[in-house]
Design a protein around this ligand. Structure first.
Ligand SMILES: NC(=O)c1ccc[n+]([C@@H]2O[C@H](COP(=O)([O-])OP(=O)(O)OC[C@H]3O[C@@H](n4cnc5c(N)ncnc54)[C@H](OP(=O)(O)O)[C@@H]3O)[C@@H](O)[C@H]2O)c1
Length: 272
């Protein structure tokens, strides 16, 4: 496994996404992934599956120090006391005494950024969140968090895949040495059937999904969290780190349409 070093944690560059998996299905998928060698699991209070992940982790036999668990506070819970309550509940469901990364899941219109980060930084100081970070923050919000509040954020988790350009955001994050964690790295599965990616895959004995992940993982400071419920997909995705990729492939992927944003809830801030 490859890692990104950020704010005193080692973030495995390939993790397992768990959105839209709950109960026994989620538990089985996480058990399978941990058995295959995944050491980074991505969840959120909003996914309703922290209890299933807690059960899978508890029965896995994997040492806690070898695991990276990310969870997130929902954007209706960003007042300091609400963050505390949400955090305590997440830890309880996960059956853990700390998480490795605690993220603000989405910005909210009425959020008080300094108060939010004061609370998150306290959770970090207490050792209950080894690192803190954000998701779905645009450059303007990041500037406030990084340059004014000077919060020690370990990542920005955003939608990023072969069909979506994130160059300005990626450049800003790179300049601040903050990793970008790519969610929907397979474009919600759409990358797996793309003809261009399939043709590239044929050259290297790889699948289109692996090519899509490799394109992300070839970029400095980028991690990816594909969701896969099936063991064969989980195994293939883990193997993407070792797939071949050349300049011709990069040019072909660069020429794909780059305007397909798949996640854009009504409350989201403008991206540009
Ligand atoms: N911070 C945020 O706001 C945010 C938003 C969205 C997502 N996320 C996180 O990012 C994770 C990933 O995003 P996502 O789940 O929306 O989409 P995704 O990972 O891009 O795609 C998941 C889909 O791809 C399929 N798949 C996985 N591996 C495959 C393979 N090797 N070949 C063919 N198909 C494959 C899965 O099928 P099966 O399910 O059948 O295995 C599933 O339908 C989420 O689970 C979540 O943890 C975060």
């Amino acid at each position: 496994m490859e890692y990104l070093e950020t704010q005193d944690i080692s973030l495995p560059r390939l993790g397992l996404g768990t959105f839209r998996m709950q109960g026994d299905v989620c538990r089985a998928a996480v058990e399978s992934a941990l058995g295959l060698g995944y050491r980074h699991i991505d969840t959120a209070e909003m996914y309703g599956n922290e209890d299933a992940i807690g059960a899978a982790v508890a029965s896995s036999g994997v040492a806690r120090r070898d695991l990276h668990i990310t969870t997130k506070v929902w954007n209706e819970n960003l007042a300091p006391d609400a963050i505390r309550r949400a955090f305590d509940l997440s830890l309880k469901k996960l059956r853990l005494d700390h998480v490795d990364l605690y993220l603000v899941h989405w910005p909210a219109k009425n959020m008080n950024l300094p108060a939010m980060f004061e609370t998150l930084i306290k959770l970090k100081a207490e050792g209950r969140a080894r690192a803190i970070g954000v998701a779905n923050f645009n450059i303007a919000l990041l500037k406030t968090v990084v340059e004014q509040i000077e919060a020690p954020i370990a990542c920005n988790q955003v939608e990023y895949h072969v069909f979506l350009d994130q160059t300005p955001l990626r450049k800003y994050l790179a300049a601040k040495s903050i990793p970008l964690v790519a969610y929907c790295p397979l474009a919600q599965g759409g990358a797996a059937t793309d003809k261009t990616l399939m043709a590239i895959g044929r050259k290297h004995g790889a699948s289109a999904a692996q090519v899509a992940l490799k394109w992300l993982l070839d970029q400095d400071g980028v991690a990816a969290i594909p969701k896969a419920s099936r063991a064969d997909s989980q195994k293939a995705n883990l193997g993407a780190l070792h797939v071949g990729h050349d300049d011709e492939d990069r040019a072909a992927i660069g020429a794909l349409p780059k305007n397909k944003r798949l996640v854009n809830p009504g409350f989201a801030p403008a991206w540009d």
